[in-house]
Design a protein around this ligand. Structure first.
Ligand code: PLP
Length: 409
């Protein structure tokens, strides 16, 4: 599926057909305000939900769980895919699988969602926060080495906006220091680095299907295991620490409590919704890319005139149009810009607040040498524009108009 996707030129910045292949089902025309996000109703979503409810069994690991898992395997190239109740829970599973001990350190960006850190703090580990690059807002690969100590166990990367981190450099660094590479790929489903899907680089990777992500089932996630040696234990951790999966396959005659674990298996009803969303992946991506590209092209002059930075996509990275952001000159301008857009009925949003200065980040983590000045500044300057599959022509025009009537300074 990913191969077809890339072959069609999606996810690239190169020329794309200008003729729309699909039309949005739910129009945003006529809405008084343009929301920041709105879920897309995919082709078979309601049918599959009805089927799941009627099938007489709604707990996890049913027929739709198998279908969604298969689709994710195709999309990510990962053979060990496990649906979970959220990306947060997939991260918690990864922390258990790493056998982290109190005091072990995990290197990660400060510019990320709190779950990236929280999952490891729950195991007693210490997040070590590294600054980001000013151009991609991804963890700065040049700053990782100086954050490594003899307690470091893993390096956690987050592909911000689905734009890949410098995976070659970071992968090589992890191999040299014997550290596990983990990808929080919540933004990156369908993205790639030098032709290879994101989520296939780390020993483990996590996905989110929260309603704000490109493909969603309200609340949901997945753990991708790229190390076959982890699969058997992951199955147990996901099933409350029991060997219930083996029991259902007839491999053991009763199931027992064999390890630590929790309840990380989603209902087959959520998997039904997710199956339909994943089957509509190409369509959703086509629609999102069309919006992303228009913002990028049609705001270029305004951005240059006003000292506003647009996203930078490095060579070799194909991103999945997860979000479109702008970097205003400073916090005051950013706040005024959000208020200006709101006054014109456009809901825009800032994003992550640095973890190294958050109350829990200070209590449980530590900041890498040199601090995180770029993260602090970027978090103040960043604003995300509405971006969702059903944002139609008129909606995009309203956003563009609202943005271009703002003058910096
Ligand atoms: C959304 C997100 C999460 C959490 O996802 P849930 O499925 O809501 O738990 C974690 N990390 C990143 C980078 C995210 O964007």
């Amino acid at each position: 599926m990913l191969a077809q996707w890339l072959a069609k030129g999606h996810g690239r910045n190169a020329c794309r057909p200008s003729r729309p292949l699909f039309t949005a089902k739910v129009s945003t025309t006529g809405l008084k305000t343009i929301p920041f996000n709105r879920t897309h109703l995919s082709e078979n979503e309601l049918d599959y939900l009805a089927q799941a409810v009627r099938q007489g069994s709604t707990s996890g690991d049913g027929p739709f769980t198998r279908r969604a898992t298969g689709l994710l395997r195709e999309l990510t190239g990962s053979s060990g895919v496990m649906l979970t109740t959220s990306c947060t829970h997939a991260l918690e599973m990864s922390a258990i699988l790493l056998d982290l001990r109190p005091g072990d350190e995990v290197i990660m960006p400060s510019f990320t969602f709190m779950s990236t850190a929280n999952a490891y703090v729950l195991r007693g580990a210490v997040p070590v926060f590294v600054d980001c690059r000013p151009d991609t807002l991804n963890m700065d690969e040049r700053l990782i080495e100086s954050a490594i100590t003899d307690r470091t166990r893993a390096v956690m990367v987050v592909h911000y906006a689905g734009v890949a981190c410098e995976l070659e450099t970071i992968g090589e660094l992890c191999r040299r220091h014997g550290l596990a590479l983990i990808e929080d790929n919540a933004h990156g489903l369908g993205g790639s680095y030098r032709g290879r899907p994101l989520g296939s680089f780390g020993r483990m990777a996590t996905q989110s299907f929260h309603e704000t992500k490109n493909v969603q089932c309200g609340e949901g996630g997945a753990l991708l295991l790229n190390d076959a040696g982890l699969v058997a234990r992951a199955e147990i951790i996901r099933e409350k620490g029991t060997d219930r999966s083996r029991f259902f396959r007839g491999q053991v005659d009763k199931y027992r409590w064999v390890d630590i674990g929790s309840s990380y298996l989603p209902s087959d009803v959520l998997a039904a919704q997710l199956t339909s969303q994943l089957e509509s992946f190409d369509k959703i991506q086509f629609l999102r890319h069309a919006v992303w590209r228009r913002y990028h092209e049609e705001l270029a002059d305004w951005a240059a005139e006003n000292g506003v930075a647009q996203p930078m996509i490095p060579d070799g990275c194909a991103h999945p149009a997860h979000l479109y952001y702008l970097l205003l000159p400073d916090l005051r301008e950013r706040q005024a810009f959000i208020a200006h857009l709101a006054g014109r009925g456009v809901r825009a949003a800032f994003h992550y607040q640095p973890l190294h200065t958050a109350p829990a980040g200070v209590r449980y983590g530590r900041v890498a040498p040199g601090g995180c000045p770029v993260t602090e500044e970027s978090a103040d300057r960043l604003v995300r524009l509405p971006l969702f599959a059903d944002l139609d022509e008129a909606g995009v025009a309203s956003v563009l108009d609202a943005v271009r009537t703002y003058r910096v300074g």
